[in-house]
Design a binder for this molecule. Structure first.
Ligand code: GLY
Ligand code: MN
Ligand code: MN
Length: 440
């Protein structure tokens, strides 16, 4: 099992503390998610919290106070409780997190209100991301309010709250060697699962059976499970971008679109492949497939350090639009079609996203209104153009009706790509995608 060391978590905290100067940063663990009644989903720590601590218990708060005389890293955690631990599992407890997770000080979570002010009162700013839990936001805001009220007498108080996203997410965007090892493992397992699924998928099988084959592979290969609900979409279901019902039977002449990725540790893979269930593309399917593949290969080529983030999306769009124009499915001036997004009935999503601790990973795509983020070594992203000609596709005004023979074809091809110092590396190349390899 590959894993990050406590040293790496500590180094991340140090880097963050350098950035916050005399401020205090507060991070909250993820809440429990209820499956039904009193049953909860398997707990998954908040990615920011995990990035800085490696600690995966709920009901926790991490505080970074670089200016504090004694304690720079403080954890509030669930205290040890043998009876509760019998039911819900091991807790590190207050002493445990000091020893193992390197906290300078730790307290039971119910002491938060009492103990937090000492870490805030000398801070010049509070760094905190307003989360979905309004009650917890209120706790932080009311501490701030009290400190501000005491400012005239004390002469110190945090004068502003800043969102932690703006300092932490740029850090998360560039992956370390160990993070890359984790991502490589997640993508390798994801690729193996896709290869097995393609062998397994035959006319007459149900989408959920293919899903089971994939998710079985995720787990048996040491992954945690799916990184997101697996999409197994046959025929026209593939025109629904996030189709997850997975309950239809595979028909002769169907394409099957599988968008599935595995979590390994806290890192994720995200792969899409589309192939003919009976081993042979129909002529129309083959034309669209080759177009999407061409767009994807050229988009991947565009992924280079120093290039703006949107370069590979723009490349993919241009290839797709040219192809649609060659087929007579779009008409007019290519620049106008692209500028006015007249291709959107066929291709309505962007060509990729950052990938890491979150499948749609943290980190901005733009630096300001005009400028895109610049790709740099250590960035990991997906490249996933597609074409979705839904049975009831409605072209934009002035564009031709789509002939029946193209309708119901949905194709996406998605790989995970690492930006390297000299170019890029496709992390998911172990799962094939050429026409010849998708046919048998
Ligand atoms: N599976 C979600 C995505 O590709 O973004
Ligand atoms: Mn994706
Ligand atoms: Mn995907």
């Amino acid at each position: 099992m590959i894993d990050l060391t406590q040293t790496e978590y500590r180094q991340r905290r140090e880097r963050l503390m350098e950035k916050i100067g005399n401020g205090t940063a507060i991070f909250r663990s993820a809440p429990h998610a209820v499956m039904h009644n009193d049953v909860e989903y398997v707990y998954r720590q908040d990615s920011d919290f995990f990035y800085l601590t490696g600690f995966n218990e709920p009901e926790a708060v991490a505080v970074l106070a670089p200016h504090h005389a004694e304690h720079r890293f403080i954890l509030f955690v669930q205290p040890k409780d043998p009876e509760k631990e019998t039911w819900t599992g091991y807790r590190w407890g207050v002493e445990g997190v000091k020893e193992y997770f390197g906290a300078d000080e730790a307290y039971p979570i119910h002491e938060l209100d009492e103990k937090l002010p000492q870490y805030l009162e000398k801070a010049d700013r509070i760094f905190y991301h307003l989360g979905r839990d309004r009650k917890f936001n209120d706790i932080i805001l009311s501490h701030w309010q009290r400190l501000i009220a005491g400012y005239p007498k004390r002469g110190t108080a945090p004068i502003a709250i800043e969102d932690t996203n703006f300092i932490l997410h740029p850090m998360r965007l560039v992956k370390s060697p160990t993070e890359l090892e984790m991502i490589r493992q997640a993508t390798a397992i994801s690729a193996t699962a896709h290869n097995r699924a393609r062998e397994f998928a035959k006319v007459g099988k149900y989408e959920y059976q293919i899903q089971a084959e994939i998710e079985h592979t995720f787990r048996i290969e040491g992954g945690i499970g799916p990184a997101y609900p697996s999409i197994v979409a046959s025929g026209k279901n593939a025109c629904i971008l996030h189709y997850i019902e997975n309950n239809c039977q595979l028909q002769d002449n169907d394409l099957l679109l599988i968008d599935a990725g595995c979590s390994y540790g806290y890192y994720n893979g995200d792969i899409t492949r589309t192939f003919p269930v009976n081993g042979k593309f129909t002529p129309e399917q083959k034309i669209i497939y080759e177009l999407v593949l061409d767009a994807q290969l050229k988009a991947i080529e565009a992924v280079q350090p120093g290039q703006p983030y949107n370069c590979f999306h723009d490349t993919a769009v241009r290839v797709l639009v040219e192809g649609l124009m060659d087929l007579g499915l779009l008409v007019g001036d290519i620049e106008e079609i692209i500028k006015e997004e007249k291709y959107k009935p066929f291709y309505m999503h962007r060509t990729g996203h950052w990938l890491g601790l979150d499948v749609h990973d943290a980190g901005g795509y733009k630096c300001n209104e005009e400028t895109w983020q610049t790709l740099q070594a250590g960035h990991v992203l997906t490249v996933e153009p597609g074409m979705y000609i839904s049975p009831d596709i409605k072209p934009v005004e002035g564009q031709p009706e789509v002939p029946e023979r193209w309708r119901g074809i949905g194709i996406r091809i998605e790989d995970d790509v690492l930006v390297t110092p000299t170019g890029h590396e496709v992390l998911t190349s172990a799962t094939p995608k050429s026409v010849a390899e998708m046919e048998y």
